[in-house]
Ligand binder design. Sequence first.
Ligand code: EPZ
Length: 419
Amino acid sequence: MDKIVINGGTRLKGQVKISGAKNAALPIMAATLLASGNFEIHNVPDLRDVKTMAHLLRIIGAQVDFANNSLRIDTCKCNFYEAPYELVKTMRASIYVLAPLLARFLEAKVSLPGGCALGSRPVDLHLKGLEKLGAKIHLKKGYIFASAKRLTGASISFAISSVGATGNILMAAVLAQGRTVIENASYEPEITALAEFLVKMGANIEGIGTGRLTIRGVDHLNPVEYTVIPDRIETGTYLMAAAITGGEVELTDTDPKIVTSLVSKLRDCDVLIEEADSKIYCKAPNQIKPVGITTAPYPGFPTDLQAQWMTLMCVANGSSIITDTIFVDRFTHVAELRRLGAEIKRDKSSAVVAGTDNLNGAPVMSTDLRAGASLVLAGLKAQGRTDVLRVYHIDRGYEKIEEKLKLLGADIWREEGEL
Ligand code: EPZ
């Protein structure tokens, strides 16, 4: 397995192009199963997870070609309604094919996603929602077996805001007979993008961008051409890379409107941020002010930026408290950051970070894709050499991360790793 090696201490300078959003591209790829024909999807990030979803669509019978960040997907010959464990265990987002398979074939057999570093990752909200729409669901030998005579509209209210469950129920409702109302729907930009993609295919959805979606089922949908939105988590990660290294960076091909909670917190740290259309300019202050965060569903502070924020707070001039209300155990990066000299104390779903100005390089291990990114940020700042192992986690969510950072002046490279 590869590792990324960093000699820290360089202030990042220059311009970096943000890639398309992984968490929009994945449900949109699954949604192509809802119609027969040829899709073209642009600005798709070249990531491990995208390749995994493409592999899953091919198992289902689609023809998928991926080149130059564009996907051509032909769903005419889809004839298999199973998502096997061997594949689902590598990517939880495979669950997104459950509803489209059920809507198209009235049958679906999808492996239960296992747990991961973030916790148990249940799918009860997905299954309860599909049952409300008329599906019969039973679990056997680690698989979800779903079937329906037909899907009919219903009122569904989620006890907690769930990105994945909102996406799955949305994809089932667009072809269900009658009206579906989803209360407490997630309205992360990636779900908004999925809804807009479905409308372009011919779906009837009202309330897009809000927590209440009303869907009127249609008889069929059509293949379309579509361009994926920028990745707000990659955007946030590079803004924090500039901030932690004392650098000055301009991000292009992004969207300031979908990172407002992070930008507001960075400004509280005295980071200078200027926005214009699809660009964000970021200039670090001499000292990072300590600012606590509590993660929340959109438009709150994203849990996917919590680990990166913790790294930034490790070098702030004071203490801060970081709380994750979405994944209360999402702190596997704490032990790794401590190896670099960070002073962090865990307290249930929070961590108290005492800023220090002497992080020192060491070998560290990625445990999930965002924790891996937080370790790369730490390596950019730490004195000396940091080896970030198990980089396959990072490759799931960051396109060409070491190339983009090298273009900004970082002393960073990838090596064949032994572990
Ligand atoms: C999506 O995961 C993202 N993944 C995650 O990003 C992100 O961290 C998460 O949303 C929260 O924003 C993709 O979009 C592919 P949830 P998802 O359902 O849909 C609980 C990354 O870094 N829950 O919104 O799985 C759940 O345990 C990844 O790219 C249930 O209890 O997250 C969690 O506490 C990591 N039952 C909360 O809801 C369910 O049926 C929010 O989870 C579903 C979820």
